[in-house]
Design a protein around this ligand. Sequence first.
Ligand code: E4P
Length: 217
Amino acid sequence: MKFFVDTADTAAISELHDLGMVDGVTTNPSLIHKSGRDIKDVIAEIAGMVPGPVSAETVATDAKGMIAEGLELKKLGENIAIKVPLTWEGLKACKTLSDDGHMVNVTLCFSANQALLAAKAGASFISPFVGRLDDINIDGMELIADIRAIYDNYDFKTEILAASIRTANHMTEAAKIGADVATAPPDVIRKMAAHPLTDKGLKAFLDDWAKTGQKIL
Ligand code: E4P
């Protein structure tokens, strides 16, 4: 499973990238707002740091506007994936941009039917929002599994990008189901390394080592 980092925080991206944990980056208007930076500056910087796809989201609500904004964002790097919402207008923009050879990430997906339409419209990525479904007491992972089954039935090439990932457990579940990609905030990726038995075991080893009075270096 590829790891995308869901942030516009370049310091966090850089730290994870150095560890080989970043196959791509996703952003959205809220994350750009959180960064406090100009969208073009921050997206260009990220696209220069990471070779993989960097999703930059359009904000127009009509297809023509999304296409124009998408092409403007695409100027910031060859690896930009143009992010459009899963509306009828978004699907039109997806079809046009995909036919012209651009990577398109269709976002705000909350149903299997929406994912089916995005694949038909040629999306490179579909972003089902797991956490936001969990928030309203609907199992977000069930949606990932449904989309996996549907895409596999027809050999759709659209990659399933599990989004709105909130916990380390979401990462495990997405990987078990076979999501192609999961995009997670930096903290969630860091938490994947944590285990209380690792901490307990390390402490015991270090305590015993201290008793030996030895040094390795
Ligand atoms: C995906 O591309 C979105 O940026 C993101 O995953 C949304 O996550 P949230 O629901 O935690 O805001």
